[in-house]
Design a protein around this ligand. Structure first.
Ligand SMILES: C[S@@+](CC[C@H](N)C(=O)[O-])C[C@H]1O[C@@H](n2cnc3c(N)ncnc32)[C@H](O)[C@@H]1O
Length: 233
């Protein structure tokens, strides 16, 4: 079951990789860049720190973090899907960025003995993990003693709230039909399913506390559509 889901997720992201950035920008009207900036600004990375962007996809967060921690720090973008990571590498090459290190790896498999980061960020990745609590535990274990982490994802709103209804209408009547033009409707229908099994904000905070984080904060943005989870050890 575990490996079936891991492979399912990998297959989805390898398949959508070519259209991923374009569809993200189109479907969010460019707002995903603003939300990612908001996450990075909340985390306040500074020059000299070592950061990891987990589930980095095509690397949006890695490029934002790079601007803050260079020239003395480091950024590692990690993703398990080869094709989407190749796009991140190509983006780096195109702008001559040799600073960011790209690694193809399942984040649940990261060696906890050799990786220690000052900060970890993740956008739209947590929801896709086979085991969310295991993912947060991994983040906890690869952070330094004073490390911090931040996660941006869809907010799982209360059932039948205005935010919930808006989200469903948007996903069913905007996202899926548009992705159908790109022959990716099956892959994009997955979003609604994954939000349904994604914990609400207060539950996310409880899980984070359970794995050991001392400071835990969750806030919603964009009319409760997105959520930002901020954690400190
Ligand atoms: C929705 S995309 C987000 C990409 C990027 N962070 C962004 O915000 O545009 C989710 C990414 O998580 C990656 N992913 C899912 N599960 C993973 C895992 N266990 N380990 C590493 N990457 C994973 C997928 O391959 C995909 O690139």
């Amino acid at each position: 079951m575990r490996y079936k889901k891991i492979n399912e997720v990998k297959t989805i992201f390898n398949k959508i990789s070519c259209s991923y950035d374009f569809l993200n920008t189109l479907l969010s009207l460019g707002l995903h860049k603003y939300w990612k900036n908001e996450l990075v600004n909340s985390l306040k990375p500074i020059d000299g720190e070592n950061w990891a962007d987990l589930c980095c996809g095509t690397g949006d967060l890695s490029f934002l973090i790079f601007k803050k921690v260079s020239p003395n720090g480091s950024v590692t973008g990690i993703d398990s899907a080869k094709e989407i990571l190749n796009i991140a590498k190509r983006r780096s090459k195109l702008i001559g960025n040799k600073f960011i290190c790209w690694e193809m790896q399942d984040i649940l498999e990261i060696d906890e003995n050799i990786k220690i980061y000052d900060g970890i960020c993740m956008s739209y990745g947590l929801r896709n993990l086979v085991n969310l609590e295991e993912g947060l535990k991994k983040v906890f274990n690869i952070l330094s003693d004073t490390g911090r982490a931040g996660f941006l994802d869809f907010n799982h709103s209360k059932l039948n709230s205005i935010a919930d209804l808006f989200q469903k209408i948007y996903l069913r009547f905007v996202v899926v039909p548009i992705s159908k033009i790109f022959k990716l409707s099956k892959e994009y229908s997955y979003i609604e399913k994954s939000i349904k099994s994604f914990p609400e904000g207060n539950k996310l905070m409880q899980i984070a506390e359970r794995v050991g984080f001392k400071k835990v904060e969750y806030r919603t943005i964009f009319f409760n559509q997105m959520g930002i989870l901020l954690l400190e050890k």
